[in-house]
Design a protein around this ligand. Sequence first.
Ligand code: MG
Length: 446
Amino acid sequence: MPYFGTNGIRGKLDLFTPEFASRMASAFGEWCGKGKILIGRDARTTGEMVESACVAGLLSSGCEPVLLEVVPAPTVEFLTKSTAAAGGIVITASHNPPDWVAMKFVDKEGIALSKEKGAEVERIYERRAKRVEWNEYKKTEKYPFAVRDHLSAILKTIDAGKARKRKLSVVLDCGNGTMSGPAQLLTREFGCEAVSINSHPDGFFPGRNSEPTKDNVQDLMKTVKELGADIGIAWDGDADRVIFVDEKGGYVIGDVSFALCVKIKLKEKKGYVVTTVATSNAVADVAKEFGCKTLLTKVGAPYISEEMRRVNAAIGGEEVGGVIWPELHYGKDGLMTTAKILEAVAEKPLSQLAKEIPVYYNSKTKVPCTGEKKAKVMSRLKATAKGGAVISLDGVRVDMKDGWVIARPSGTEDYIRVFAEAKTAERAKKLMQEFEEKVLGAIKEV
Ligand code: MG
């Protein structure tokens, strides 16, 4: 049975027994070729159990575990690369509910293992990793200043001076996740006057759901408005993603903040922009303004990272507020993204910056379709899609002059999701409805 999804292994305690975590960690250790393996985790109640299991598994396969303890996921990715470790394990279920557990694995360059690379680890897991002899065991180390080292690398790439002069007032919503602590350290470097909510790490997530959707950050939006702050910032549980609230208390969607980051980056250095087939055209439009090309990948952060490394891209990211800055590492980094946005907001209010990004409307639905039928329906759609350029990297996407539409099978549920984007809400809805009809037709035919 495949354990790896698009980005690591995710499940609950019925899967994540100590035996499972330990055996998988030792398989990963062998895949890395031994050496130092960094381990970071989020604040979930199960984190220490999984961490201890990973330590035992890694030691048994001759690796040297290095404990970062509770840190943002991008801190592990950055340090795996910058300290020349053999690999990294992040124990975090990101934005999932508190009873979820997950392990994300990164290679020596800090790039998360895709499903395909994960299959190589699974093969070692199935036959069991080779155990070393008693006289070959290594020691476990601690790395206590991980976040500080990550932050100082970020600050080297940023001009924090302008922000310091502006004394921005910020409201931080750490969502009781791994940014509780690092958020205050980061904004202090920018001379911000910060007010924090949900700012202690707590595996029960008492403050809000861990995913920073608009519904989940209502308290932040209200607080920014009431305090007259310059910006509100909210991270997901493992801080690879971040979203922003403008000075009027308005939620800035991830597509817009990503497009804004693309603009900031391409102003500094031109190059390829890499994102997935599900990202707004606002991103490609911004790239075009700079004469730069946007390359599309399958949905899933590891695919973006690999493509970015291949073409030596300037910037990449996903539609939900996860941005990759290759000057640091190839993982989505919610700390670096925050730093870059603060630098920009020191010069211009966020609402104005957001207004300069092209506006798109979208419309979505899901069509029930069972597991075994999904693949047949998708190949039928691929064969019959018309009306524009067809992209079948992941699902079936049709690009037209005034918008695009995509149908993708859900990886976890019995649905095919249909999503359309256009310059007007009406057109987006029409595109969505037409493609929904096509999906329904294909379901009948197969
Ligand atoms: Mg996350």
